[in-house]
Design a protein around this ligand. Structure first.
Ligand code: C2O
Ligand code: CU
Ligand code: CU
Length: 478
């Protein structure tokens, strides 16, 4: 019955498709906007009526000094479109996952149970972790099986995230909803006078775009064009909700923004209002950086401070020019002072000339996606390095003709960008990073130190590119 009603609604409102679909980002059809690949939001979604979903923040249970969590990977149903249930995946719930609140240096134990009917793994994106817990190699958890993972995050406070990483199923499982956050805190972040009350002045903001089939499902499949351009377009959503609103205090609001999409770059802004970026992938920045637009590629995070005093009673966070989240001021007053400084990040040493440089060229051609012209081979190491070594990686986007960005991500490390196209990177890219966006023709140099053990992967975080072969692996020898 529901399906029939929905079908009628779609037919009746084709004319208004452009207003609300994310057609601008839709590369799936050769001629840009397309009525048949995008879904209509107007018919069934009342904009800015639903509150922002706030995933539960879990502190875990401390047993013998170990902070323990249960993570159940489950199937669920989620109402993206009013009156229509979509089959989804989620951690501990129908969609996305909880926020795991962790402390630097503390032993963390996570008991993962797979309640899907296919294998999965859990990867801690941004965590400086070794092969045995990284969630890529020998990490498959079969249906109805559990796996216990124990690790310590010995790295600065940051907003990290976790998502599945099984061979050939990463893209589809993330698309179906699997993505959770880690709020890693340390002594420095706890002392800073910045918003940190979850759900009051500190909000997780996971941005994604997903296509729904005509019967409202998230069936994951990729056309040849989507293998080239990535799975992009459809509905724009924040924390799994299309066009939500959030109540914010009058004052500073901290948004921990995660690009959790498979393949879409997001330009995030406040319609010209200024805001401050305070954190990048792997931690807080030296000082807040004043900006008017933040661009995040898939996998990247950016923490921003918005001063709602300067905004209207109702304002919007825009994503690629579209109103994505309504910021609605409530009666509470928030913090007002932007701190002058945040954390100390070591300066990138001047003397880099004696370091070895390795080159990685990411290329999309009609034949497929590669790094250094080689597709990923699970059974082959691309190189090996000695633990403790520091190197310069020169990463290039070699897809000059295709105009495709490639967000380059390395596991098990946080790196620094030392050069972007021959120049010092912009201020907001001078902190800790684990993913760096490369537009067509870009050439970026990063400084990386290996401190973990075992086989580590690097790949394009356009998940369709990763699965098609834009990935490599190296061994860190002890
Ligand atoms: Cu966020 Cu290898 O991934
Ligand atoms: Cu990762
Ligand atoms: Cu790519």
């Amino acid at each position: 019955m529901k399906k029939i009603l929905l079908g009628i609604a779609i037919v009746g409102t084709l004319a208004t498709v452009y207003n609300n679909t994310f057609a601008k980002m839709d590369h799936s059809s050769g001629h840009g906007h397309s009525h048949n690949t995008s879904f209509n939001q107007n018919s069934s979604v009342k904009e800015f009526q639903k509150p922002l979903l706030l995933p539960p923040i879990l502190k875990g249970e401390v047993k013998n000094g170990v902070r323990t969590f249960d993570l159940n990977v489950t199937k669920g149903k989620w109402e993206f479109i009013d009156g229509n249930l979509t089959e989804t995946y989620g951690y501990n719930g129908p969609i996305l996952g909880p926020v795991l609140s962790l402390k630097k240096g503390e032993k963390t134990n996570i008991n993962i149970t797979n309640n899907l009917s296919e294998e999965t793994t859990v990867h801690w994106h941004g965590g400086i972790l070794s092969q045995d817990v990284d969630g890529v190699h020998n990490a498959d958890i079969q249906p109805d099986q559990s796996k216990n993972v124990e690790f310590i995050l010995n790295q600065p406070a940051a907003t990290l995230w976790f998502h599945p990483h099984p061979m050939h199923k990463t893209a589809s499982q993330v698309y179906k909803g699997l993505a959770g956050l880690i709020y890693l805190e340390d002594e420095v972040s706890e002392k800073l006078n910045i918003p940190k009350t979850y759900g009051v002045d500190d909000f997780p903001i996971v941005i994604q775009d997903k296509k729904l089939t005509t019967d409202g499902q998230l069936t994951y499949s990729t056309t040849h064009m989507e293998k080239i351009h990535g799975k992009s377009g459809g509905y724009l959503m924040i924390n799994g909700i299309i066009s939500p609103f959030v109540e914010v205090p009058n004052g500073l609001v901290r948004l921990r923004v995660v690009n959790g999409s498979n393949a879409t770059n997001y330009d995030i802004d406040l319609n010209g209002e200024q805001f401050y970026q305070i954190g990048s992938d792997g931690g807080l920045l030296n000082t807040p950086i004043s900006m008017k637009k933040l661009t995040l590629a898939p996998g990247e995070r950016g923490e921003i401070l918005v001063n709602s005093k300067k905004l209207n009673q109702k304002s919007y966070l825009y994503v690629n020019g579209k109103e994505a989240l309504e910021l609605r001021k409530n009666k509470k007053s928030g913090l007002t002072t932007i701190p002058k400084t945040l954390v100390e990040i070591p300066e990138v040493t001047k003397n880099l000339s004696n370091l070895k440089t390795r080159t990685f060229t990411l290329k999309t051609t009609s034949k497929g996606n590669t790094i250094n012209n080689t597709p990923y081979n699970m059974d082959k190491l691309n190189f090996d390095v000695q633990k403790g070594t520091q190197e310069i990686w020169e990463v290039k986007n070699g897809s000059k003709m295709m105009d495709m960005p490639h967000p380059f991500h390395v596991h098990g490390a946080q790196f620094r960008i030392i050069e972007r196209n021959g120049k010092i990177p912009p201020l907001n890219e001078q902190g800790w990073k684990d993913t760096v966006n490369l537009n067509a023709g870009d050439d970026v140099k990063i400084l990386i130190t290996y401190t973990t053990d075992g086989i580590t992967v690097y790949h394009c975080h356009i998940l369709e590119h990763e699965e098609d072969g834009m990935m490599g692996q190296f061994q860190i020898n002890n």
